[in-house]
Design a protein around this ligand. Structure first.
Ligand code: ZN
Length: 444
């Protein structure tokens, strides 16, 4: 029987593990922090013939040209200029590069009895705290090194590959009620241990030594924790994906794959992929959706395509459409009662159009109809999410962005379980459906 199962899986695996899914798993593993995600995306765009632009430089753009610009190293905006008529507008897919987790505080080393060094951390966004216990964690993000110009330190993107830390849970013998609900302190219960040392000096340098960096050269850092367990598929027929950061890196990956798939096909509209940072903390930073960063990029593109028209930007925006892509809650087999009685997004049921009567989503009847039609043209199923009326639910960056740009658009995403867990679960086939829908959106 064991042999049979093994052969069964071996036979099934190639069908599900197509190039798109293995590419997604690889992208998730390479992108533990927004800085790493943007670095990975930049390298992929470089290989696909995109030209990197800098906000501080003069831009020269041409119809059909492929470009990208980054912001803070943690947000990225890629675009393929349309055939040259700014009135064709923009086709935008937006998503976010950040995920809830833990950031390492300055002066993080804390020496405990027995020489054990733990790190002082701060919670980022809204993670499900207890999913982070007893995992092989490591460190990633960016370190700023001293350069010749004090205003421009040298950025080093780091990702320690080997497991370096763990957050050990208290043994059940010290808290027999642990399985009856266990309130956690972010400052006391959630600190990861890094190693055992003999001296204070050794404790302070332990993290830098683990990063293979000379502490004397370091002038700043933004580092976070990540689970080193790789992203993988699971399920009887590999129908599920399990990984950290599926929210929202799976949507980032689908948008990037769609943008590259038909990059050489001429399109009248300018196709844009807008990946913002800090959605999980409210989007209120210079690289978040509440900032003018995307509006300025669209304005700059339009003014270069139509230098003599003072109204070209407004015409282009009025003819644009945005897909705000962020994951949605699938009906959970153990908590069916949490979902709306008549709308149950399922894993494998296709892209989810998110609707809220109190306008937490940018979706309205008009934009939902547009996206449903895109799905029909792409020959993929689609479904609707609305909250159970006694549940408050979440929000995303679509509406925040419309406070900066007068855009028409829809909020949608892939259905998933355990949103904001250290490991979330989504569907393999949905990722293929959504990639196909995005590709159609960029080519219609
Ligand atoms: Zn999200």
């Amino acid at each position: 029987m064991k042999n049979f199962d093994y052969l069964h899986h071996r036979k099934k695996r190639p069908n599900i593990m197509n190039g798109n899914i293995s590419s997604l798993l690889n992208f998730l593993d390479k992108s533990p922090m927004s800085f790493n995600a943007v670095d990975t995306i930049s390298k992929t765009l470089d290989r696909a013939g995109f030209t990197a632009l800098k906000a501080a430089d003069e831009w020269n753009i041409e119809p059909g040209g492929r470009y990208y610009v980054t912001k803070n190293g943690s947000a990225i905006f890629a675009f393929i200029i349309g055939t040259g008529d700014p009135d064709a507008g923009f086709r935008i897919i937006s998503a976010h590069s950040d995920s809830p987790g833990f950031r390492i505080k300055p002066n993080a080393a804390m020496k405990s009895p027995g020489g054990v060094v733990k790190l002082n951390t701060e919670v980022y966004g809204g993670p499900i705290l207890y999913t982070w216990f007893d995992r092989p964690l490591s460190v990633a993000g960016r370190v700023l090194m001293r350069g010749s110009d004090p205003f421009n330190p040298v950025t080093k993107i780091v990702k320690v590959e080997r497991p370096l830390l763990t957050i050990p849970h208290l043994a059940i013998h010290f808290n027999r009620q642990v399985n009856d609900g266990n309130k956690l302190s972010r400052q006391k219960d959630m600190l990861p241990v890094l190693g055992i040392v003999k001296s204070e000096l050794e404790a302070d340098n332990l993290l830098m030594r683990s990063l293979d960096i000379d502490p004397a050269e370091v002038v700043g850092m933004e580092l976070g924790l990540y689970d080193t367990t790789p992203a993988m598929t699971l399920g009887a027929d590999n129908e599920f994906i399990t990984s950290g950061r599926i929210d929202d890196l799976s949507m980032v990956h689908a948008a990037m794959t769609a943008l590259l798939a038909e990059a050489a096909t001429p399109c009248a509209a300018t196709r844009v992929m807008a990946i913002f940072d800090n959605e999980e903390t409210g989007s209120g930073t210079k690289q978040g959706a509440a900032s003018p960063v995307l509006r300025d990029i669209l304005w700059r593109i339009t003014s270069l395509l139509a230098p003599t028209s003072s109204q070209a930007f407004y015409r282009a925006v009025a003819r644009s459409f945005m897909v705000s892509a962020d994951n949605a809650h699938a009906v959970h087999p153990n908590y069916v009662e949490k979902q709306d009685p008549t709308n149950h997004p399922s894993l494998g049921g296709g892209p989810v159009i998110k609707i809220n009567a109190n306008c937490k989503y940018m979706t309205d009847g008009d934009s939902a109809a547009v996206f449903a039609e895109v799905c029909r043209q792409a020959a993929v199923p689609f479904q609707y999410f609305v909250n159970h009326s006694d549940v408050a639910g979440g929000s995303t960056l679509g509406n925040i962005l419309t406070s900066q740009i007068d855009l028409r658009g829809v909020d949608m995403g892939a259905a998933m379980w355990a949103m904001h867990s250290c490991r979330e679960t989504a569907s393999t086939i949905d990722h293929c459906h959504i990639t196909r829908a995005f590709t159609t959106f960029y080519t219609l």
